[in-house]
Design a protein around this ligand. Sequence first.
Ligand code: NI
Length: 424
Amino acid sequence: MDILIRDILAVLPDGVRICSVYVRGGIIAGIDEKPDGFLPEKTISGSGRLLIPGLVNSHTHAYMTLFRNCADDLTFSDWLFGRVMPLEDKLTDEDCYWGSLLAISEMISTGTTAFLDMLMFMDATASAAAETGIRAVLSRGLSGACDEDSGGFRRLREAKVAIEKWSGYENISFMIGPHALYTCSEDYLRLAGDTARELGLPINIHLAESSSESETSLAEHGCSPVEYIDRCGLLDSRTVAAHCIRLSERDIEILAERGVTVATNPASNMKLANGFAPVPQLLSAGVKIALGTDGAASNNSLNMFREMSLLALVHKGVTGDPQAVTAVEAFRMATLNGARALGINAGEIRTGMAADLAVIDLDRPNMQPLADPVAALCYSASGYEVETVMVGGKLLMERGELLTIDKERVFAECERICERIGTR
Ligand code: NI
């Protein structure tokens, strides 16, 4: 289908200006240059609107929307081992399908067009992504050891079966997801690395998130989490490592040398009182940085606008440097850097890239006067100004209405699940 987005203010790689964007076959086929024989079946008027590349959530757990607002103000270990894991034990495949649909509803509503997920039930989140059309990079959370008793082999088998099953979907791809150093034995971490290489897939892992993780690593392995995970062969130029809060100078060098992408999650890190990643130092060292929300159990939102704002603000606050992370840098981490980390040809409004786009309504008090649009996206937007979203040229939301999700049904099913598992 040919779609014309006409005369719209757009955030382009070389600046912000009014242009017309031609979408054909799921791709941005031209900017101000009409492709041959272009006959738009749909025209979106740009009047009073802003066009941006769709946002990329580089670390989340979609099914965990079921745990929203039910595990708050706890220490990291009380949160994970005392609250989240016992609730997870009660979840079924179907529960996670509805939880994933709720997550996807929230993400599309706030302009996110792709996400990297670590999950429990591959079929649940893959079905939800396939039905709704959002781009999803899925990694089965792997924990345990190289044996049957711990469930380690079972989880890896489930991952492989699901990768085979869902590999034909254009909007779904995969990573191998060893959960963290403290939930996996060393031989299991190495097995995850071997599996990733065998299947040609990247690694997605939680890394250096809490002080207890650093203490465990030092006591059991005699080095930092980054050094240990590197020794296990899991860090390379396609690895996405979430959090990376507790880092030494040597750790930062390793992340830069290996070309790892750090997915920073400021809201989750602050909420669990883990601190925050040393983003300004990572930037100076040339480490690739993307942005994620983490799951709704620790955020409690999957809104990337809020995350951009926090990212830019927190580092100014702690360093005393207003340029520690600028609005332009935060926006780039939430778009192009995320798309690259996820292996997606998107993240910029550029001819030849996938038409993963979000249209923002500027006719809102908090968006007036607009002055600098990127500053507005980072500091004054709430995220719910997004009114139209497309992924690969397919409309998923139009004028605020989700086109591929029955929102009322999703809310009702999630409410029913939460009552059963007892999140209140
Ligand atoms: Ni996480």
